[in-house]
Design a protein around this ligand. Structure first.
Ligand SMILES: [Zn+2]
Length: 77
């Protein structure tokens, strides 16, 4: 399991906004982002821009440092 995936599954507060890459308290996730329906564009741990692959059934985001985050794991929650 990647560091990124474990952080998300643990419900850790993102250090960086997954959609905007902004740091700090200005984090207002949209309902669909919270539900894991939107692909994140930035790593929530380090704020790096992630490589994102969108599939018909979801998405796969990859941080070069913190690993993969697959929407499959979010849908199971
Ligand atoms: Zn990262």
């Amino acid at each position: 399991m990647s560091e990124l995936l474990s952080a998300v599954l643990a419900g850790e507060q993102p250090l960086f906004h997954p959609n905007t890459g902004l740091r700090g308290d200005e984090q207002h996730l949209s309902p669909s982002a919270r539900a894991g329906l939107e692909a994140p564009r930035y790593c929530q741990i380090c704020g790096r821009r992630m490589k994102v692959q969108v599939r018909p059934d979801g998405w796969l985001a990859q941080c070069s440092r913190h690993g993969e985050l697959d929407s499959v794991y979010l849908e199971r929650r």
